[in-house]
Design a protein around this ligand. Sequence first.
Ligand SMILES: [Zn+2]
Length: 217
Amino acid sequence: MPRPISLPSPAQAASRLADAGRRFYDRGWVLGTSGNLSAVTSRRPLRLVITSSGTHKGRLSGREFLTVGGSGTSLPSKKGHPSAETRLHLEIVRARGAAAVLHTHSVWGTILSDLHAADQGLVIEGYEMLKGLAGVRTHAHREWVPILENDQDMPRLASATHDVLMRDPAVHGLLLRGHGLYTWGATIDEAERHVEILEFLLEALGRRINHGHHHHS
Ligand SMILES: [Zn+2]
């Protein structure tokens, strides 16, 4: 039986998410206070450490995080209010048993999620970098990335996210149309790796279309 992976303390989670946020900012994936980062610090009761709303991800020190419970409301604190998208993080944590959920707003994620919206998703296959996704052993893997319509109504968007995660159990991430990427992992490291891999693949796909070579799918 696999040994359960121990969860970080809230301070450890905040410090590691802050490191990830600064790296993502440097890559241009979370500009202008966009994106949000969370990690589970307790399963029972459920506790999630998440960036507070409006924080600059390039300047994270670890103090810009707060702890929320399973309903998405923050526990008593003085650090502002949780991101409006906290509900999506909780939905993913519950549906996937994820230990961390990371959300980026990259240029390529924004463009491709709009371009492929009519198909409700896009396929990535044939690239070596796919092997960076948990459980993927070969470049021949066919990764489906679902695309959901963007929505400012968070309960409705959380419910649509839940439906997609139930329908497509093998996916490693999902896109919100014209908005960005959500991905997750069994550890903070794995979630961070999934951001790097998926953002790389989206950029590769996007640049390819840009050069007039449509990927067969
Ligand atoms: Zn967002």
